[in-house]
Design a protein around this ligand. Structure first.
Ligand code: HEC
Length: 165
């Protein structure tokens, strides 16, 4: 059973429980709120929440390893950060990275683009091997993405895009 199938199963089970609870209460109480269909916004929020849950489980540890030094406020500064000139380069790199995409507060990420565009950009950059950038990979060989990391990210990206369709 894949993670997403399991999540979906849990999700369906929870929905059924919620429905049962509502039925069980009927006859005992009068509900003040009339039944209404859920708004588009509520449905979208729920989808984002599901994607956020799988992000935490499947992708965040990988991003912490390979992306957070630039795309978050949890940078692990290297020893050469102290070298005059280098510090400025690193600081501006981080500022530029976070302007595009900030993973600090988990999914949905802070960015100027839509969630859909962010997912696509992440999928593209990772597939093409453009992130983390070459200048980072040559200095941080242990932080680069493995084949398994890339597969996990790409699965999460496509599952998330499908949920949002
Ligand atoms: C050394 C710092 C650094 C690391 C580490 C890094 N990035 Fe980036 N990233 C940047 C910079 C700088 C930019 C903006 C300029 C550019 O696109 O090259 C960027 C841009 C991006 C974009 C494009 C956003 C857009 O607006 O289209 C994506 C997606 C992205 N990074 C994802 C990642 C992911 C995923 C990781 C980890 C696997 C990662 N990056 C690791 C520096 C970094």
């Amino acid at each position: 059973m894949s993670g997403s199938v399991r999540l979906q199963t849990i999700y369906v089970a929870l929905s059924l429980m919620a429905a049962t609870a509502v039925f069980a209460h009927e006859g005992h109480h009068h509900h003040d709120e009339p039944a209404r269909s859920r708004s588009e916004q509520e449905i979208r929020d729920e989808k984002l929440k599901r994607i956020g849950v799988s992000y935490l489980a499947q992708v965040k540890p990988i991003f912490q390893k390979a992306c957070f030094d630039c795309h978050s406020n949890q940078t692990r500064y290297p020893s050469y950060y102290k070298i005059p000139g280098i510090r400025q380069l690193i600081d501006s790199d981080i500022a530029e990275s976070k302007k595009h995409l900030d993973f600090s507060n988990d999914f949905p990420f802070k960015s100027h683009a839509s969630v859909e565009e962010d997912l696509k950009a992440i999928g593209d950059e990772v597939r093409e091997g453009d992130m983390p950038p070459f200048r980072y990979r040559i200095l941080h060989s242990r932080q680069k993405l493995t084949k398994e990391d890339k597969a996990a990210i790409s699965t999460w990206v496509s599952e998330s895009a499908a949920i949002l369709k």
